[in-house]
Design a protein around this ligand. Sequence first.
Ligand SMILES: NC(=O)c1ccc[n+]([C@@H]2O[C@H](COP(=O)([O-])OP(=O)(O)OC[C@H]3O[C@@H](n4cnc5c(N)ncnc54)[C@H](O)[C@@H]3O)[C@@H](O)[C@H]2O)c1
Length: 246
Amino acid sequence: MTGAGSGMGRAMVGEFVSRGAYVAALDINMARAVETVEKLEKPEMAIPVQVDVSDPQSVQRGVETIIARWGRIDLLCNNAGILDGHAPAHEVSLEEWNRVMAVNLTGPFLMSRAVIPQMLAQGKGAIINTASTSGFSAAGGGSAYTASKHGVIGLTRQLTFEYGARGIRVNSICPGATATPLALPEHNAASPDMDLAISKVPARRWCQPEEIAKLAAFLGSDDADYVHGSAYVMDGGWLTAARDPF
Ligand SMILES: NC(=O)c1ccc[n+]([C@@H]2O[C@H](COP(=O)([O-])OP(=O)(O)OC[C@H]3O[C@@H](n4cnc5c(N)ncnc54)[C@H](O)[C@@H]3O)[C@@H](O)[C@H]2O)c1
C-alpha cells in the first residue's frame, strides 16, 4: 500500500487489516506511516516502510523488505499521489510537470515493475492503481495531474493485457471528491471551490476515504476474480454532470 500515511491509503490499511491481511504501509513520510500502523486495532498486522515511489532504488529496497518479511505479495495498491497547482498549462514549469508525473505515473510503474516478478512466481496477484475522475475528464486538477491520471488508467489496461492471463489482475479506482488532506480546501488554497463542486454532484456530499477502501477490498479479493483492467468509478455521480462541476 503506497501513500499509506494519509487519506485513502490510511483507510485502506485499516480495511485490509480488519479483513485479516498483513499490510506493508509505504509512504515517503515515515512518521505518517508509523502513525497509520500505531492507530490500527491490530498494529502487529502491519509494518511501516519508508518508500519514495518515484525513486527506483527506494522502491526496490521497499519491495525487498516486504518479501523478506512475508515471503509473498498478494496485492499491490498504487495509491500515493500528489496534486498539482491547478495553473493553466502555459504557466506550468517542466519541474512541476515532472514532479507530478514522477509520483502519480512513474511511481505506479516502478512499484508494479518491482512487484510483478514476485506475483508471477506465485502465479497469482492483484494490483490496484488509484486513478481519479481526472482520468476521464478535465478540471479536477491541472494539466499534469489530469494527464497523469489518464496515464494511470492506460497503465492499468496495458498491465492487464500483459499479465492478466498469467494470474495478475490489474484494476484502477477512480474516486471523485474524497475527504482527505489532498482535496479538502484548507489544504490547498489555490484549488477550485470544492464546496461549489460538491453542491452540484448528484450525491451532494464528499466521498469518505473508508468508502474507497471498501471498493479496494472488493477489487483485491477473489470476489473480483473476473474484474480485469477496469477503471472503477466511485464519484457520487460527478462524471455524469455534462457541465463543469466548478
Ligand atoms: N482526495 C481526492 O479527492 C482524490 C480524488 C481522486 C483521486 N485521488 C487520488 O487518491 C490517491 C490518494 O490521495 P489522498 O486523497 O488520500 O491524498 P493524501 O494527500 O491524503 O495522501 C497521499 C499520501 O501519499 C504520500 N506520498 C506523496 N508522495 C509520495 C511518494 N513520492 N512516495 C510515497 N508516498 C508519497 C503522502 O505522504 C501522503 O501520505 C492519490 O493518488 C490521489 O491522486 C484523490
